[in-house]
Design a protein around this ligand. Structure first.
Ligand code: E4P
Length: 219
């Protein structure tokens, strides 16, 4: 399963890339707005230079021509750009036009397996169900991941299931078990995955015992 960071923060991306666990990055207008300071193009270029994997750049237009114009522009920024298009009637048309042009897409704001199925048929490379936002409204977000992974296996779909809107490490484990191909997560969740209180306690104990053994030898 691939791990993506869900952020536009360059420092976070740099750290995760150094850990050797980072396969890609997803951004959206909200994540870009949190960073500011540079144009979206410049932020995307910097991320693409740091990470060789898939980098999602989201279009904001809601008409097909506008989506195509923004997406073609993003695709020219770097060869690893995936154009993120929100699920809608126009979004499906844009996804299928991008596919015909050889531009890869990530269909975002998916909340049902039927929406995912349509996005896959239109030619999206990634299907992004938002698990956290479904959980927020008392629905089980992971069900969409499980159903789409099953539909993908039964019908041999090419699209990859990307679990998005991840809020905590348990979501990552559940998405992995549900058959997600990719999970995108905030940096904080990636850090939470690294740590365990018993690991931290064990490291401190080993260090203490090592120092005690060295002191005994010296003295
Ligand atoms: C990623 O592709 C999505 O835009 C992101 O995971 C949404 O997360 P949120 O529901 O926490 O805003």
């Amino acid at each position: 399963m691939k791990i993506f960071l869900d952020t536009a923060e360059i420092d976070e991306i740099r750290v995760a890339a150094r850990w050797g666990v980072l396969d890609g990055v997803t951004t959206n207008p909200t994540l870009y707005a949190k960073v500011g300071g540079a144009s979206y193009d410049d932020v995307l270029r910097e991320i693409c230079d740091l990470v060789p994997g898939a980098i999602s750049a989201e279009v904001v237009a809601d008409d097909v021509d506008g989506m195509l114009e923004e997406g073609r522009h993003f695709a020219k920024l770097a060869s690893n750009i995936y154009v993120k298009v929100a699920m809608s009637e126009n979004g499906l048309e844009a996804i299928s036009r991008f596919k015909a042009e050889g531009i890869r897409t990530n269909c975002t704001l998916i909340f049902s397996s039927n929406q995912g199925l349509l996005a896959a048929k239109a030619g999206a490379s990634f299907l992004s169900p938002f698990v956290g936002r479904l959980d927020d409204i008392n629905e089980d977000g992971m069900t969409v991941i499980r159903e789409l992974a099953e539909i993908k296996a039964i019908h041999e779909l090419e699209a990859e299931v990307l679990a998005a809107s991840v809020r905590h490490p348990l979501h990552v484990t559940q998405a992995a078990l549900a058959g997600a191909d990719i999970v995108t997560m905030p940096f904080k969740v990636l850090q939470q995955m690294v740590h365990h209180p018993l690991t931290d306690k064990g490291i401190a104990q080993f260090k203490k015992d090592w120092e005690a053994a060295k002191a005994a030898l010296a003295g």
